[in-house]
Write a protein that binds this ligand. Sequence first.
Ligand code: FAD
Ligand SMILES: C=Cc1c2[nH]c(c1C)Cc1[nH]c(c(CCC(=O)O)c1C)Cc1[nH]c(c(C)c1CCC(=O)O)Cc1[nH]c(c(C)c1C=C)C2
Length: 469
Amino acid sequence: PMTTVAVLGGGIGGLAASYYLCKSPQVTKVIVLESSSRFGGWLWSTRRSDGAVFEHGPRGIRPAGAVGHNTLNMVDDLGLGGDILPVPYSHVASKNRYVYMNRRLHRMPSGLSGLLRTVPPFSRPLLLSVAMEMLVKKGVEEDESVHSFVSRRLGKELADIAVDSLCRGVFAGDCRKLSVRSCFPVLYDAEQRRGSLTLGMLKGPQVRVEPWPRSVTESWAQWSLSRGVESLPESIAEFLQRSGRVELHREAAVQQISPSASGWTISLEDGVVSADHIISALPAKALVSILPPSCQPLIQLLQDIATVTVAVVNLEYEGSILPVSGFGHLLPSSEDQALLGVVYDSVPFPQHDRTNGRTTRLTVMMGGAWFHEVFGSPDTVTEERLLARATEAVHCHLGVPTAPSWSRVSLQRDCIPQYYPGHFRRVGDFIRENNLSLSLIGSSYDGVSVNDVIFNGRTAVEQLLGTGV
Ligand SMILES: Cc1cc2nc3c(=O)[nH]c(=O)nc-3n(C[C@H](O)[C@H](O)[C@H](O)COP(=O)(O)OP(=O)(O)OC[C@H]3O[C@@H](n4cnc5c(N)ncnc54)[C@H](O)[C@@H]3O)c2cc1C
Ligand SMILES: C=Cc1c2[nH]c(c1C)Cc1[nH]c(c(CCC(=O)O)c1C)Cc1[nH]c(c(C)c1CCC(=O)O)Cc1[nH]c(c(C)c1C=C)C2
């Protein structure tokens, strides 16, 4: 029987794992240790007294697939169902996504006509690339970069523009360095199983979870919560508190963990905690710094998991200032290294605008894999410089000459892990071979989306307990 489980890190991964641990009668005690003064990690929202909500981390969560349904089930169980702000597929924010290239905005092709016609900035119809793709032979590499995979199967132009931008809009990363196998497992598996993306995507294997019918019948493309996505970690923390079986500690940085006769000894600044099992929901680098020297092989593997820094600039403008409507726009790295993209937050979630008077909220994201090259060290770059760069982009890309009436610059250091080729080989084996009672979850390993991180927390708990939760 499992008695005490320590969960390291109170981001969404650690909280989700604690939530699933709490659902099992096998666990008598859960101890959550979070170094900062708040729970939620990158799920971080500013709520202004006039009703406006600004997101400094994730803003829209996808409902699709097993992992999407899993999150919605949790949201509902927490009593947050009534707070969901769904954005259907028919909404302009779902249909319109732009790429800023050659100094103008291009709507990304969608639907049948988008496939059949030649749509700038592309030089041939996408259907042609898709049709030719079926004839391309299966790759022989164990893993490769996203750029090389897509160039090989769909052509260099799609890789240079669409895929380059996509990787910046999800990983803030460089598609020439990111692994296709770990970043886009669906594409990799499609080629492995059917020898083609077009054929392989038609029917994939399905993970079974309880369905969430409303998101299907109303065909949701993404959702948020009325008080911002940070409501999710807040509600999980309240649920854990109410359960009576969970100790939640803030400002409790873990300094060292070491195996003991019965499990683990966990050292904090002001004391020690014992546990039978540890679930680490820390970023890989943070885990490296607390592992004992006896875990050297694991330390070596974890050290290779890189992260990038993103400057997130929230802007609020008076009036309706957008020349186009949609989710936002991305920039391929060939257009501008520093500027990753701009989200038009007011379009998908007008409920988060100030209640009196029309305003437009935008978020500019900068840096990522190019941060050091463009801005230098995050320790020395100033907020003024980041704000100036962001407002200049809004001026130049969207033709907005006025200054924002409100702004907030957040420097999110090491916030998105980068899975490089070979990532799939790095973790897992060591822990199984050494029989450590240690589970690794969080965005460093097996998916960076909020859904992935929650789902992996659930899977780790099920593996630990040997049953479904
Ligand atoms: C700008 C941005 C936009 C994003 N947009 C989206 C989006 O639109 N959709 C989506 O699905 N995902 C998005 N993501 C990704 C998603 O938010 C993250 O991958 C996810 O929140 C990671 O959760 P986590 O629990 O693994 O890690 P974290 O949130 O990093 O949590 C780890 C926790 O561990 C704590 N910690 C660190 N060291 C110690 C220690 N020694 N002792 C104790 N505690 C410690 C930290 O304080 C932190 O709270 C975005 C991320 C960012 C940064
Ligand atoms: C410009 C930078 C970024 C923008 N969002 C993120 C960055 C780094 C982070 C991010 N966005 C998404 C995810 C999770 C993916 C998932 O699997 O759910 C993360 C970590 C969602 C997302 N955003 C865009 C796409 C294509 C996706 C994938 C899921 C989907 O299709 O909805 C595009 C996009 N992101 C940003 C902009 C401005 C943009 C497109 C116009 C901001």
